[in-house]
Design a protein around this ligand. Structure first.
Ligand code: R5P
Length: 273
């Protein structure tokens, strides 16, 4: 692994906990102005000091994140289908590796659609991106997205998707938590981070998801809606931080959440502007 590639990974994953707390705000690339991400700059800015990396597209990076920001960037470079399509797997590489280098990102990310109609394209895009990433010293994160027709997120499916991604050279794999998640981890030789999915019924449920994923071997989370759609996004991020980096139990994380909520009793007004 080149020095540059290792250095970029080391900026995202803590050397002490070996985990990363990534904040995902890339939803607009296929969902449009998602609830509470309509004004992306207002939502993102207060959260930046509390995350280890920020996952987004170049459009939002350029317009909504100050160039003086020091947070490592995970740049989504695949897209081309929206929620209006039945087949979400029809994606292309939308941002070049040289553009990623110009934007000084710490990693690039693309969706892979194992078992979907455009499986072949997404997997060969991953392999091609890894070839380029190795040249530039930029790690590649494969996102094991599931199309509308593949809502099944069980261990068997996710273990297949994660292993295939690692075999093709992905340096990090983002996937979903599921029952028997340790089976997914066992079969994947590169670090796994876990997405949150749609907003859960409670903050506790999101904290439990993170705790369970890490207990079973995930190296962190790459979470979006359960953070910035919560009533107290900064407090939620701090509570997740305690789980990801400080081995906090769900109970301890809920205490962090409660004390942070008390300090900021209403949702950051900027985030709802
Ligand atoms: C989905 O492909 C997007 O890349 C999101 O970044 C990902 O789903 C994580 O966000 P959330 O926790 O809201 O699911």
């Amino acid at each position: 692994m080149s020095w540059g590639l290792e250095n970029r990974l080391a900026r995202m994953f803590s050397p002490t906990s070996t985990n990363s707390l990534m904040l995902a705000v890339d939803h607009g690339y296929f969902m449009g102005p998602t609830h509470h991400l309509e004004n992306a700059r207002a939502t993102i800015t207060p959260l930046l000091p509390h995350a280890d990396a920020l996952a987004l597209t170049r459009g939002i990076l350029r317009k909504c994140v100050d160039p003086s920001a020091t947070i490592p960037i995970v740049l989504r470079v695949s897209g081309g289908a929206t929620i209006l399509q039945e087949d979400l797997s029809h994606e292309a590489i939308t941002t070049s590796m040289i553009e990623a280098a110009r934007l000084n990102v710490s990693a690039v990310a693309l969706s892979v659609f194992v078992g979907a109609p455009h499986e072949h394209e997404s997997l060969t895009h991953l392999a091609g991106l890894v070839n380029e990433g190795e040249e530039y010293g930029i790690p590649v994160m494969a996102i094991t997205a599931v199309g509308k027709e593949l809502e099944k997120r069980d261990a068997r499916y996710l273990a297949l998707a994660c292993r295939v991604s690692a075999e093709l050279g992905a340096h990090i794999v983002k996937t979903y938590y599921c029952e028997d998640f340790s089976r997914v981890v066992e079969g994947c030789p590169v670090p796994l981070v876990v997405a949150g999915g749609p907003k859960l019924d409670s903050d506790r449920a999101a904290l439990e998801l993170a705790r369970n994923a890490i207990d079973q071997g995930a190296h962190g989370i790459d979470m979006g809606r359960n953070i910035w759609q919560s009533d107290h996004p900064v407090a939620m991020l701090k509570a997740l931080r305690a789980i990801v980096h400080e081995k906090a139990s769900v109970r301890e994380a809920l205490d962090v959440l409660a004390s942070e909520r008390a300090r900021t009793p209403v949702r950051d007004p900027a985030a709802t502007a």
